[in-house]
Design a protein around this ligand. Structure first.
Ligand SMILES: NC(=O)c1ccc[n+]([C@@H]2O[C@H](COP(=O)([O-])OP(=O)(O)OC[C@H]3O[C@@H](n4cnc5c(N)ncnc54)[C@H](OP(=O)(O)O)[C@@H]3O)[C@@H](O)[C@H]2O)c1
Length: 262
């Protein structure tokens, strides 16, 4: 099937809930899906950004339901998911996208940042996924799309919190997929994408624009992939790194990233 037909067939008239819809990838995904007559549920803590996004797309044929939601708050997430179900009638796809980085370099450790990363990327993703499954399983259909990261390839130097949350997210998705046979589970592992999260950072390999990333991701979901790693250079690096024995990886990472004494 041609890519345009595939996208049309999968996304047309879907009801789609997106966390982290006020910025970066959340905005790019919303824009990429807007042509498909989608009923959107947009969630984040910054209402003004979501209203701005919906207004910028108001000439199209999609409709927007907007709600402030802090994914660190389990009750708030459950209420938001159920309110969207009431509004839209059903939930077809949920993008578990909200996430933050963390200052968890061993030598520049910040507890507040570490805990916020765990509570957002891990518990926030668990709350969103479980609340959505409680709607989708009785429907006998639905798709959970989790935005993980290639940072889940190994325990990367200086990234103990962030890598841990994304590794855990991959594992949870895999585990749930073994049990909920009517539900689509797609884990997406982006490399570096141009968003506020990466703004100002140097030496980002194979950085890609957010709109290009969004097109890749909506296509992977339409193809019902279990795991999608992009760009292709990161796909190769991910698998090469995962294949290294642990002792070899740690020694190589010390040499490459930490200097000889650390
Ligand atoms: N950019 C990259 O290179 C890259 C690479 C791999 C993976 N990722 C992953 O992609 C996802 C999106 O990242 P991004 O690059 O688009 O970052 P971003 O531009 O910083 O956006 C992060 C989004 O998460 C939301 N968020 C953060 N904490 C939240 C909370 N407690 N409750 C509700 N929403 C919350 C933010 O909304 P509010 O602040 O308005 O609440 C914002 O919409 C993240 O999971 C990130 O780990 C990004």
């Amino acid at each position: 099937m041609a890519k345009s037909d595939l996208l049309q067939a999968y996304w047309q008239n879907k009801t789609v809930l997106i966390t982290g819809a006020s910025s970066g990838l959340g905005i790019a995904i919303t824009k990429a899906l807007a042509p498909y007559h989608v009923t959107f549920g947009l969630l984040s803590r910054r209402k003004d950004k979501m209203v701005e996004l919906a207004e910028s797309l108001s000439q199209g044929n999609s409709r927007f339901w907007i709600r402030v939601c802090d994914v660190q708050d389990r009750e708030d997430v459950y209420e938001a998911v159920n309110e969207f179900k009431e509004y839209a009638g059903r939930i077809d796809v949920v993008w578990v996208n909200a996430g933050v980085g963390a200052k968890s370099n061993l030598f520049k450790w910040e507890w507040e940042s570490f805990e916020s990363c765990m509570q957002t990327n891990l518990m926030g993703a668990v709350y969103t996924t479980k609340a959505s499954l409680e709607v989708m399983i009785p429907q006998n259909h639905g798709a959970i799309v989790a935005i993980s990261s290639v940072a889940s390839m190994r325990g990367l130097p200086g990234s103990s919190a962030y890598s841990m949350t994304k590794i855990a997210l991959n594992t949870m998705m895999e585990s749930l997929a073994t049990q909920a046979r009517d539900i689509q589970f797609t884990s997406i592992l982006p490399g570096w994408v141009e968003t506020p999260m990466t703004a100002g950072r140097k030496n980002l390999w194979w950085l890609i624009p957010a709109d290009k990333a969004a097109q890749k991701m909506i296509t992977a979901v339409a193809r019902k992939k279990f795991k999608y790693i992009y760009p292709w250079q990161m796909f190769l690096l991910y698998h090469a790194m995962r294949s290294l024995p642990t002792g070899f990886y740690i020694k190589a990472a010390r040499k490459l990233f930490m200097g000889k004494k650390k």
